[in-house]
Design a protein around this ligand. Structure first.
Ligand code: NAI
Ligand code: 15L
Length: 269
């Protein structure tokens, strides 16, 4: 596969989309933007719902690859998650397949495996093939997205890297995030690796920086050529002083998904 140059970035108005709009052009990509919401200063951005099948066919025409970030990014009633994340992701894959797009980078989430107990003490890192244990309808939709990606690879030869993103924000803001934080710069590095690695088929990776307190195994991401440069540790002292260490007896601290298992933040926030 020749290195992709033109990308469709769905969810371009969102938090991660905004960060990637800033960072990905430095890797030489030309971005076509799509979101439900217009984007200030981006008059050419496509304003479309993932439910709009014709709009998606048009949006994917001629792009080399897609980074799929659009959708509900927190917990919501099942019917809403079904429409945006499950049907919407299917609509995008079908459009990509029909228009001959070769690769998608799918924004999966740690919440596809959120009920997995987090490692403690000398426990080994969580492997990428740990059974999926979604913690929310939202996490369930990401689990579906990973299966959809596998299906489109097996059936149609459409490649995907599913990135189980931890928390990608400019800085970690909680003690849990010290373990799962992905700096925006590492996020761009990982997306670039996912776009350019050869023969990915359907590959699932965890998405985080090289955090000292890491909970999961980054080897499938590294095998794509990802070399994370950041670590959340410089934020640790301040966050632990403010919030205390994680308490293993507290269900909201005991699993990869953190508070999503017991008290998930609700979309829209
Ligand atoms: P966000 O909520 O800031 O952005 C999502 C964007 O998708 C919004 O701009 C929204 O307008 C758009 N959208 C929602 N429904 C849509 C629809 N039906 N059609 C078209 N556009 C629609 O979320 P964020 O943080 O930027 O996350 C981006 C993606 O990465 C999401 O899929 C999220 O689940 C995933 N993710 C993000 C993490 C993070 O740390 N930011 C962690 C794990 C996963
Ligand atoms: C996610 O999947 C959310 O989209 C993001 O907003 C964060 O809450 C992140 O998980 C997290 O687990 O911190």
């Amino acid at each position: 596969m020749p290195a992709p140059r033109t990308l469709l970035l769905t969810g371009a108005a969102g938090g991660l989309g905004t960060l990637m709009r800033e960072l990905l052009p430095d890797y030489g990509y030309a971005l076509r933007l799509l979101d439900l919401r217009p984007i200030e200063g981006e008059p050419d951005a496509i304003v479309a719902d993932l439910g709009d099948k014709d709009g998606l066919r048009e949006a994917v025409q001629g792009v080399d690859a897609i980074i799929h970030l659009a959708g509900i990014s927190l917990e919501a009633p099942f019917e809403n998650v079904l429409k945006a994340n499950i049907e919407g992701t299917y609509n995008l894959y079908e459009a990509a397949h029909r228009e001959g797009v070769g690769r998608i980078v799918f924004a999966s989430s740690n919440h596809a495996v959120g009920f997995t107990p987090r490692p403690q003490g000398e426990d080994p890192l969580i492997p990428i093939d740990t059974p999926r244990r979604p913690d929310t309808f939202y996490g369930l939709s990401k689990s579906f997205g990973e299966d959809l990606a596998q299906f489109y690879w097996d059936k149609h030869g459409l490649e995907t890297v599913s990135v189980r993103i931890g928390s990608c924000f400019p800085e970690p803001t909680s003690v849990r995030m010290l373990s799962i934080w992905m700096s925006p710069a590492d996020g761009a590095r990982l997306f670039h690796a996912a776009l350019t690695a050869e023969h990915v088929g359907h590959t699932v990776v965890y998405g985080s920086s090289a955090n000292t307190r890491l909970w999961w195994d980054l080897s499938t991401a590294r095998a794509l050529g990802y070399a994370p440069q950041d670590d959340s540790e410089p934020y640790a002292e301040k966050l632990i002083a403010e919030q205390g260490e994680l308490d293993p007896e507290n269900v909201a601290h005991a699993n990869l998904g953190g508070h999503f298992v017991s008290d998930p933040p609700i979309w829209p926030h």
